[in-house]
Write a protein that binds this ligand. Structure first.
Ligand SMILES: [Zn+2]
Length: 301
């Protein structure tokens, strides 16, 4: 690869020199934001599956359509609200070795992440989460609020959304395990199959029952479909945006005002925040479970 084409393929914000960043941003003022976390995906998979999926897709699409990939976020919302029961059922009382944070910490910080993209001059943000759940609803709502306040266009979604209707997403099943087999084959170890069922091996750790059907080829097909859908989204956003080089930075107060609105709306019940309580009709977490404290939480200031 020549030096020129190597420079062209550099898309990570963290790897760019100032002149390179400005050039890429002027050509396509989109920031791609990979969101993932460490959470159990069975005994056969490394913990960072969700992060690897989104980092891979964001970098591939930024190379194809332009734009810059922001530093990954490796901490995410889990365990709270509807996830508490999911974790009781699928991980039980085993240590989940999970990099989760409370929704109110993540949401508040998320606003500051959006602020940093705005202040850096991006006109659009494509936020791709490798991790789904009730919080998707909340983060879309927060994205809309920030967009209305600032005019920056934001798309928030998961890889599951990208291929909806074509491939069925899962947690640590045929879909996700196949993807990691394609993206990072060294991080899936099929020789660990069956450990899920052994006493003392650490438990099933949320593996889905069809994980054994995963193949690298299937993972490649899913990745291709995700890439195609994500590049369409980015191209659409890119057409509507121009780089803004001399923008007044957004002060902290703007973020804090939005955050106060969010906390108030949760307290008054004027807005539904999906990650704070179980889904309607979801059965309750057992009293003695390690997940019980997270079933109902508040949006704290
Ligand atoms: Zn996952």
């Amino acid at each position: 690869m020549s030096n020129a084409s190597e420079a062209m393929s550099k898309v990570l914000w963290a790897e760019l020199f100032p002149a390179e960043l400005i050039a890429r941003q002027q050509e396509c003022p989109i920031v791609f934001v990979p969101l993932g976390l460490c959470e159990p995906h069975g005994q056969i998979s490394a913990f960072g599956l969700d992060t690897f999926k989104t980092e891979y897709l964001c970098a591939r699409v930024a190379r194809q359509v332009g734009g810059i990939v922001a530093p990954s976020m490796g901490y995410h919302v889990h365990e709270a609200g509807p996830s508490a029961k999911f974790l009781e059922d699928n991980v039980g009382e085993h240590n989940p070795f999970m990099s989760s944070v409370p929704p109110y910490v993540f949401y508040h910080f998320f606003l500051y992440q959006l602020r940093s993209f705005y202040n850096a001059g991006f006109q659009s943000a494509v936020i791709l989460s490798g991790h789904g759940g009730a919080h998707v609803h909340d983060l879309r709502q927060i994205s809309r609020m920030f967009q209305e306040q600032t005019g920056m266009s934001i798309w928030y979604g998961t890889d599951f959304d990208l291929v909806e209707g074509t491939y069925t997403g899962d947690h640590a099943g045929k879909y996700e395990i196949s993807m990691l087999m394609h993206i990072r084959p060294d991080l899936i170890d099929p020789s660990k199959k069956g450990l899920e069922e052994l006493d003392g091996a650490g438990g099933r750790l949320a593996a889905a029952h069809d994980a054994n059907e995963a193949t690298r080829e299937y993972g490649e097909q899913i990745c291709r479909a995700c890439e195609l859908a994500l590049s369409r989204i980015a191209a659409d956003l890119g057409q509507r945006s121009q780089a803004v080089t001399n923008r007044m930075p957004l002060p902290y107060e703007v973020v804090e005002d939005l955050w106060s609105q969010i906390v108030q709306s949760a307290e008054m019940g004027t807005e539904h925040w999906a990650a704070l309580q179980p889904r309607a009709g979801q059965s309750p977490v057992s009293e003695q479970s390690r997940w019980k404290p997270y079933e109902h939480i508040r949006m704290r200031d």
